[in-house]
Design a protein around this ligand. Structure first.
Ligand code: MRU
Length: 349
């Protein structure tokens, strides 16, 4: 077993591994204050779409526990305000909003009960979401591991392991399941500028799993593909529109274009909680723009002249026609995604 967890509920507090400190230090943040959870999401102490969803639900539960009213009406309205605050932490990963919708529904479904009972339901729901995420990821991993064959050289971007989820991982979970099934392969890890989730986190996780990897600068993917040294690409998603257009870490679209040019299959792995069926296509996905200082500075050290203009789009959208398949807990969805995803659309979605 992997001796770390991205996030967990510990009696009456949330414990999360501070991913900003990795790989140098394994430090956990422990808090009973939902504002700290918002800050952790905003600053990427916890990150990755499914992990953000679990953090949002746990943050909401902390916020609920802190409400000092016994009046059910007042409780509901103050709880909704807390959820709105959490929703503003980051805009792209839809799991954040999916998780908050779930806890808001739980609060409403139990509205006739005492405030203490509703609080208990919210804590249980947040913990259930963590367990469900583990189960979902393991199912996804089993469905996707058929894509991995002995001797393959697989390229991945950003971080999609246990750190980015409640447990196990999405795209990295697929690789982990393949490895546990006895397949032997290696991984090219894009460093993933500007915040280096590949260099800092994916290498750290692959190392713990014992899966051989080589870290590369993002710009090296083209050459490696041209040299015939990449057999498959698999990575994660932050939000997938109804037609399969996929928002993921900036640089994903470049990898997809490169893969198509070189005839390399490009797969996405994501749970159904990452799909946003209310959006017809990727053009409607809100893309987070982060502080330009994340581009101009590394660890507080300037890497560009003072005052340099910089653009820091945290995500990009890969058009569905570049995607060979989307691995989910319900199996591998194939193009055309509007048809293959149809059975999984919520009825009012
Ligand atoms: O900005 P981040 O680190 O939260 O971005 C994360 C990604 O882009 C991941 O690829 C995505 O959330 C999938 S995580 C299983």
């Amino acid at each position: 077993m992997i001796p770390y967890c991205s996030i967990c509920w510990d009696v009456d507090k949330v414990k999360l591994l501070d991913q900003r400190r990795l790989p140098a230090e394994e430090l956990y943040i422990e808090t009973r204050d939902y504002h700290d959870v918002i800050e952790a999401i905003r600053t990427l102490a916890i990150r990755g779409a499914p992990a953000i969803g679990v953090a949002a639900a746990m943050g909401a539960a902390l916020g609920a526990l802190d409400l000092d009213t016994q009046d059910p009406g007042e409780f509901q309205s103050r709880f909704q305000i807390i959820c709105r605050e959490i929703a503003a932490a980051r805009p792209t990963a839809v799991n954040l909003f999916w998780a908050l919708d779930r806890v808001l529904l739980v609060a409403q479904e139990h509205a006739a009960e005492s405030v203490d009972a509703i609080k208990a339901h919210l804590v249980t729901e947040a913990q259930t979401m963590l367990k469900e995420d583990d189960t979902t990821n393991r199912r996804m991993a089993q469905a996707g591991q058929v894509l991995i064959r002995d001797g393959q050289r697989v390229l991945t971007h950003c971080n999609t392991g246990a750190l980015a989820t409640g447990a196990y991982g999405t795209a990295l979970g697929v690789l982990r399941a393949a490895w546990e099934a006895g397949k032997r392969f290696s991984v090219w890890v894009d460093e993933t500028r500007p915040l280096l989730q590949g260099a800092r986190l994916t290498t750290w996780e692959l190392g713990k799993l014992g899966i051989p990897y080589t870290l590369i600068p993002d710009g090296a993917a083209a050459t490696l593909m041209h040299q015939g040294k990449v057999d498959l690409v698999i990575l994660g998603a932050d939000r997938i529109a109804a037609n399969g257009d996929t928002a993921n870490k900036i640089g994903t679209y470049s990898v997809a274009v490169l893969a198509r040019h070189h005839g390399i299959p490009f797969y996405v792995a994501a749970p159904l909680s990452t799909f946003d069926f209310s959006l017809p296509d990727g053009g409607h996905i809100p893309v987070e723009e982060r502080d330009a200082a994340e581009v101009t500075h590394l660890w507080g050290q300037a890497v560009a002249p003072a005052g340099a203009a910089a653009l820091n789009l945290a995500f990009d959208v890969t058009p569905n026609e570049l995607i060979a398949g989307i691995v989910t807990e319900k199996g591998i969805m194939e193009p055309p995604f509007s048809s293959s995803l149809k059975p999984y659309r919520p009825t009012q979605g």
